[in-house]
Design a binder for this molecule. Structure first.
Ligand code: SF4
Ligand code: SF4
Length: 295
């Protein structure tokens, strides 16, 4: 039988204190290289830095959330929305995966808070069909573990599902990155090619969201507040790098700045919401359109 590990989330990559200076130096070098690497002439010469992993997928099944964290990279706090992914979209994903003989190493179910989706159990039943074909697929659910309702659902989850519980206790998340500091608002990225993406596309893979498929689930969340619905409407072929979608989303995504994982010890803690001009405008427009769009 598959194991059901309900453990608190831990950052696996961290550094002991004595190595901190070396690690800082190394990550400063990496940051400099990242900047050089994404400049348009260098990208043209060397190709794009990151490519979407086509055997990993993150599925945002809802944007509803019972927490309102600062700097949420799905905008569940900044632009609250009870939009859910339809069960029929999951069924279609399963059918397309089987028809295309796609092998998924890992399928992660996220949100918003995924345990709030009213059809979570039906969604899990659908995804289990893929596990019946490939027993080594890791199917994971990522929850904030916050509140009685969420914990009740966690207690009812099947044994084959791996549960990653970040056990959040409030909306201040000092270790989050500044998602809403858009690179397009910074002189530092004036000549950057945003189609380079970042390592999230490589390490987390494609995103399936209510707006369709994207190079990462974060990009789908950006599309939601832009009201574009520009995702691919069916499972993209393995060779679709979705650079057109990266070009728009990554220019707005604060994650583009570092581009790669930086251990929390080496980053400044962020205790408040940080929002640059483009995002202020996007959220204002989203807010004024929300009644018209039925959110
Ligand atoms: S718990 Fe997660 S989805 Fe909810 S607001 Fe916080 S970061 Fe966003
Ligand atoms: S920069 Fe943001 S939108 Fe672009 S690939 Fe990375 S996480 Fe996704």
């Amino acid at each position: 039988m598959f194991s059901n590990k309900k453990e608190p989330f831990k950052y696996s990559q961290d550094y002991p204190k004595k190595w901190l200076h070396i690690a800082k130096f190394w990550f400063n070098l990496k940051a400099l290289w990242r900047w050089v690497r994404v400049q348009r002439p260098i990208s043209k010469l060397m190709g794009y830095q990151y490519r979407v992993a086509n055997d990993l997928i993150e599925i945002d099944i809802t944007y509803q959330c019972n927490l309102k964290c600062n700097n949420c990279n799905r905008s569940s706090a900044q632009a609250p929305d009870n939009r859910h992914l339809k069960l029929s979209d999951i069924s279609q994903f399963v059918e397309d995966s089987l028809n295309q003989k796609r092998y998924w190493r890992k399928i992660r179910i996220l949100g918003g808070e995924p345990t709030l989706h009213p059809q979570l159990h039906e969604i899990l039943d659908e995804l289990y069909k893929l596990k019946q074909v490939h027993s080594d697929i890791s199917i994971q659910l990522v929850t904030n573990g916050y509140g009685r309702r969420v914990n009740k659902v966690i207690g009812e989850l099947p044994d084959w599902l791996y549960v990653e519980n970040s056990s959040k206790i409030d909306s201040v998340q000092p270790e989050f990155g500044p998602f809403n500091l858009a690179p397009v608002d910074s002189w530092y990225h004036k000549f950057s090619d945003f189609s380079n993406g970042c390592d999230i596309a490589k390490t987390c893979g494609i995103g399936l969201t209510p707006q369709g498929y994207f190079p990462c689930a974060v990009a789908g969340g950006i599309d939601r507040v832009l009201n574009k619905n520009s995702g691919r409407q069916s499972l993209p072929d393995s060779d679709d790098e979705m650079r057109d979608l990266m070009k728009i989303a990554c220019g707005l995504c604060g994650r583009f700045r570092d581009g790669h994982y930086v251990p929390p010890k080496l980053r400044a803690k962020i205790l408040e919401q940080r929002t640059s001009d483009s995002w202020i405008k996007i959220y204002q427009e989203w807010d004024s359109n929300k009644d018209r769009n039925g959110h």
